[in-house]
Design a protein around this ligand. Structure first.
Ligand SMILES: CC(C)(COP(=O)(O)OP(=O)(O)OC[C@H]1O[C@@H](n2cnc3c(N)ncnc32)[C@H](O)[C@@H]1OP(=O)(O)O)[C@@H](O)C(=O)NCCC(=O)NCCS
Length: 188
């Protein structure tokens, strides 16, 4: 399975993460912490260059291993505005999308555009039948992105919250073919 290293998405360009962007990524995350912290367990006070370099190196390693495909999101004028990735950690045939947006660029429809394009590409890959987004019941912005990008809620499961804004309820929404037998693709 191979995803493109660069994807054009209207006003945005998705590019496979590079270590050269670690400084800018750390700055983007630092200024977005109030919005990221509630729902992303890794987004913590003090997030800096070390954490950012580790994330990018892990992304490069996992890309090479074929298990995760993480992209930095840029505007066409070169601002680094977020991150989006495809993960194979759910059931075979299912890719999960994860994402965050840099706060000054939030609310412009950017993540909906990025999710829509990446989902279309994911569903064209051999062996990929569906794409999933899993978000906390309290994460209204993520729910709105999933719905606007055409994902349909299929399941609510209980789990132990990991980030400070999370409830015990995790929602799974899918795009593509429904899973065989109506079961939701597990994993985590
Ligand atoms: C989720 C996130 C990526 C959305 O990025 P974005 O670029 O702002 O998304 P969009 O502009 O495409 O759409 C956001 C939608 O959420 C809605 N929204 C935002 N905050 C909301 C809230 N508190 N309640 C209800 N809707 C909300 C917006 O109104 C918009 O919907 P609309 O176009 O119908 O008005 C961003 O909020 C984020 O980074 N959140 C923190 C990290 C996170 O939760 N990641 C996902 C984990 S599953």
């Amino acid at each position: 399975m191979e995803t493109p290293e660069m994807i054009n998405a209207g006003d945005l360009v998705l590019k496979r993460w590079e270590l050269a962007w670690a400084d800018e990524a750390a700055a983007a995350i630092a200024e977005s912490l109030p919005e990221l912290k509630p729902f992303l367990p890794w987004a913590k006070d003090g997030y800096g260059l070390g954490e950012s370099r580790s994330f990018i190196q892990m992304s490069l390693d996992n890309w090479a291993a074929g298990t995760e495909f993480n992209y930095a999101i840029f505007t066409t004028v070169g601002d680094l505005v977020g991150s989006i990735g495809l993960m194979t950690r759910m059931a075979p045939g299912t890719l999960e999308i994860g994402y965050w947006m840099r706060t000054p660029w939030a609310g412009r429809g950017y993540m909906t555009a990025a999710v829509s394009v990446l989902t279309r590409i994911a569903l064209s890959l051999p062996g990929v039948e569906r794409v999933a987004i899993r978000y906390d019941e309290a994460n209204k912005a993520s729910a709105a992105v999933a719905a606007k990008a055409g994902f349909v809620e299929v399941e609510r499961t209980e789990r132990i919250p990991e980030a400070p804004g999370e409830t015990p309820i995790l929602i799974t929404a899918l795009a593509g073919s429904p899973p065989p037998g109506g079961e939701t693709p597990g994993g985590r």
